[in-house]
Design a protein around this ligand. Sequence first.
Ligand code: HEC
Length: 470
Amino acid sequence: MLPDSRRTRVLWSVSLALNISLLLLPFIFKFDGKPHADWQQFLGRFHPLAVHLPIGLLVLLPILEVMGGSRHSLREAAEFVLGLCFACCLGAAALGYLLAFGSGDAGAGVTRHMWGGIALTFCVLFCVLARRAWLAGDAPWVYPGLLASVLVLLTWTADQGGALTHGSNYLTQYMPASIKRLTGLGAAGRAPSAGSFYVRHIDTVFETNCVACHGEGKVKGGLRLDSYDALMKGGKDGAVIVAGQPDKSLLVVRVTLPTDHKQFMPAEGKPPLRPEEINWLKAWIEQGASPTATQLAGVFIREEMPDLPLQPVGDYSAFMDDIHRMAEGQGAKLVSVSSKPADGLILNTVDVAASFGDTQLAQFNKYAPFIVEAELGRAAVTDASFATLSRFTHLRSLHLEGTAVTGDGLEKLASLSQLSYINLSSTRVTKAAAAQLDSLKSLRHVYLYNTPAQPESAGNLVQPVARNTP
Ligand code: HEC
């Protein structure tokens, strides 16, 4: 049923060829998440502007067709508008492709939006064909049906695109609460309450580190972190928080990647979250990611204490060869906190935790004054290691979660004047041992989640976070 005149046949073949090339683009130039040429981004950024033309035309089309029932000239105009629609769709889709490819944007949201756009160009092209049959009275329902599907597809694709630029709750954010409830969109009764752990700690972390790119002004990755609803709604790849499962929560995954990983957050070389901030996030998610809970089991923060000024560690340049050798080896590693040597070293045992015991730790004695953070989570260390650790004079944070320590000898750490963070979660630390934490005057953050000492212990000094809550 191809059009007969030669001119339309040529037009039809060219259109089909262009449309098929569009379809092949994503297979030839795959989205690799890396930015490409500047000219691509330059042109691509016209996409959000350019899409409005085909959108407007596609909405106009059914109006012309309906009104054209009584006014013949409108029906003639509809044919022209449909052709123009197709050309504009092709152009807008090509620009959109340049935008995503050029800026290195990738992800499920981008992919969905792209396929929506490509499918739309095909549907519009088929409309051209179906319309001829419709006018000839051959298949009276195909064209109207196709046109209706085009409008549905258009709405969906536009919504996907909107989620990429404005965040996925852009349309519904200010929807009246009653309609939200009716449509099941609202998280009724889940509004964060003042004084909740979320408001006091989680939101503050995002405010300081993330909303510049994930807030009102910019919505990178389709994710906003400036409200509880937006956080739970997630980004272009869906939910970023899985309540109860910190390790499966994309947000935690992204902030705990190696800092030089291209997906590490905060992006663009911004300073990483502090260990205690990451632990708040993990503990909060693990215990249900509630917007109202004021206190997390086993998490104690002395809020009245100021952060201590950081004391520079000494010069460890004599050990640089050792440090490089360790970095290449299979065992525990010493990693620089930053490019400034005075910021000290992190002892990282994650890869060898199971075989890293008291003897192995003792071998790090000579680096003791330079280590500011000891990652011993799930390592094979015992209470015997407290003696070694007491020589880590610049130690600021100590991870002992999931180890065999019971806390016997904890008081040896009292000499560490910088120690502000200790994680003893999932250990057998007893109440009596936890009481010794009182003598560690610089401690601000204490984790005793899932220990015999958990409920209220931690001495008089370490108060549960909810203490000041009304
Ligand atoms: C300098 C800008 C910038 C800052 C600051 C930033 N991000 Fe991002 N973020 C991005 C960009 C760009 C993307 C999209 C590309 C990507 O997925 O890597 C993104 C994506 C994400 C995603 C993936 C969303 C999805 O659905 O794919 C998560 C999760 C995320 N960021 C979390 C954070 C957190 C948490 C912080 C603060 C600790 C943060 N970001 C700070 C720029 C930033």
